[in-house]
Structures are given as C-alpha cells and as structure tokens.
Design a protein around this ligand. Sequence first.
Ligand code: GDD
Ligand code: MN
Length: 355
Amino acid sequence: MSVIVPTFNERDNVEVLFAQLDAALAGIAWEAIFVDDNSPDGTAEAVRAMGARDARARCIRRVGRRGLAGACIEGMLAAQAPVVAVIDADLQHDASVLQTMLEHVQAGADLVVASRYTEGGSACGFDHQRRGWLSRTANALARGLLAVTTTDPMSGFFMIRRNAVEELAPNLSRHGFKILLDILATSKGRLRSVDVPFAFGVRQAGESKLDNRVLLDFGALLASKWIGAGLSPRFLCFAAVGTLGLLLHLVALRAALAAGVGFTNAQAIATVCAMTSNFAMNNALTYRDRRVRGWRVFPALATFYLICGAGAVANVGVAGWVFWSGSRWWVAGIAGSLIGAVWNYAMSNVLVWGA
Ligand code: GDD
Ligand code: MN
C-alpha cells in the first residue's frame, strides 16, 4: 500500500506520523509518499532524513505550486502500490483505521472513506464550533446537490485503487481542499464505496490551512460539478414550486392588507402561508417518492421553516454583497434569490426529505 501524505509546514508531525504508520501497518508492505509544497519550515528535509534511515519514506517536493488537491493527485499517481491511501500529516486522522480500510478494498471495494459522520465516528477535533458547523453544512450541500454515496464526502482520509485514480485524474480539479468530493462527483457513482468510522482528532503541532478562500473553492467545485451533471429534474420542480409560492405570497399579502392588517404583520402572515404551501407542494410533487407522512410532517415542516429562514438570510446577504461590490440591482437580486433557492433545495433535500 502507498500512503500519500500532503504536507505544508508539518515538520514537527512527520516523524510521529511515520511511526504511527509503522505500528498500524505491521505485516503489510507499504511506503509513505510525502508531497510537500516546499514548506519554509523544512518539512521536506525532515522527510529526507527519515528516508535516509528507512527507504519507505519518500518525498515529492513541489516548488512554485500550492494546493492540497493537486498534491494528493500527484502523490497518488507517483505511487507504486495498486492501493493508495491519503492521510493528513497533522495526526488528526487515526492511522490504526488503515488496516480495516485495506480489508474492505481486499473484499472488493474501490473506495473506502474514513468517515466522521457514520455510526461510531466523531468529529470533536474541530478547533472551534464554526468549523464543525461549516463542515456539516458543506456536507449536507454536497449530498443534496451531487450523487454522493458516502456520509463524509469532505473527509481528507480515504483509500482507493490506484487505477481508479489514474482513470479520473485528467478530470479532477487541482485547486482547493476537496479531493474526495471531486473523485466522488467525477466518478458519478461508478465506484463501489464503503464508509469506515473514525474519530477525527485534535491537530498536534502547526496550524490548519483551511481559510475562506478554500470555502470559495468548495463552492466553485460544487457548482461546476452540479451544473455539469445537468440541473436535476427535482431541482427544476422545486424551483417551479418556489415560483408558485411567490405568487401565493403576493395574493396572501394583498388579502391581509385588504383585511386591514398592518404591513409588517401582513408580510409575516404571507411568508408563513407561502412556506407552508411550498412544503405541502414539495412533499406531494417534488418528493412524492420520499413523502413525509403522519405525525412526522410536523418536525419536517419546522425544519423546512428553519432552512427557509436561513436561506432568506443567505439570499439577502449575498444580494447585498453583490450590489455593494458594484453590480446592477437586478443582478444582485437574481444572485441572492438563486443562492437562496439552491440553499433551500440542497438543505431540505437532506434534512427534510432525507437523501
Ligand atoms: N502539499 C500540500 N499543499 N499540503 C497541504 C496544503 C498545500 O497547499 N494545504 C494543506 N496541506 C496539508 C497539511 O499539511 C495537512 O497535512 C493536510 O493537508 C490537511 O491540512 P489542514 O490544514 O490540517 O486541514 P484541516 O485539518 O483544516 O482540514 C482537514 O479536514 C477537512 C475536513 O473538515 C483536511 O483533512 C481536509 O482535507 C478535510 O476536508
Ligand atoms: Mn488538520
């Protein structure tokens, strides 16, 4: 097995990880390929020093390039073994899970994902709540929009057959953090995949490189894969229901105003009417195959209200940002509504009508 370890400023972690791999993979033929983007802290030198003592440690040093996804792809393509695993250098990924992962590949899986969100896994290693929330949201969005089978498409810890990577590599994006999501989306469900639970640990030394630009990359990857796969009929149905809901909203608003209700209250009444009818129509049409029935309608409706509320906030936020960065009012309006609609769709697809 070839273990690919992308590194950027991980000098103080590589030795410990290598020792953990050694313990975890006893009895298996393995090598570790550290793909380092010329870290200023001397990570590559630390790996070379290990390699001098133990030839199973190899180093690919990339100069003038940065990027986690690209580093992982390059490492996987440089691998010797028919099975490759990707693991973070910062010890947040538990190397002892690799044995179980390999067993699944030997049993016929093409891809094994170490998941934080399957029975028995956990994600308490996030340094702040914001990260945990972001991760779960990105997860729901990805599962709602793309045909993704795993419970943790954002995981940076997985194992895959090298020939599968070789086949997909020309169509994978080198940018951003989301190599696994890209593999899943690009393979369009052709890979037999299995999830294995693991506990996401706390980073040992150094710091996380995930920043807001990475989030933007994630959005771009999601959008391009989603549109590339062709807008789903389900989304179009959802959008049609939303448009009907807007008409209903206006009718209800007019009626409430005519009945002498003040504007703010009338708008609130109209909003609740529209959301409720959207829920009912989506439940009957868009999701007739997964319809929510009986008492479960009530928690589902409450969740739908919450999602639409957050969607409205996202809508207004994005529209404002687009408008204030110099676009025309209608461009900003459309951009905001689109983001709101995509949000509502993706989130309710998973949380209300459980994909
Ligand atoms: N070669 C290379 N180039 N390696 C990089 C780069 C880069 O530009 N950026 C980060 N890395 C390496 C880090 O050194 C580390 O070994 C690993 O990639 C993960 O980077 P972190 O900065 O520790 O990421 P994180 O812990 O915030 O994110 C992890 O969790 C995410 C899920 O929430 C990663 O596993 C992500 O892949 C994962 O999506
Ligand atoms: Mn990390």
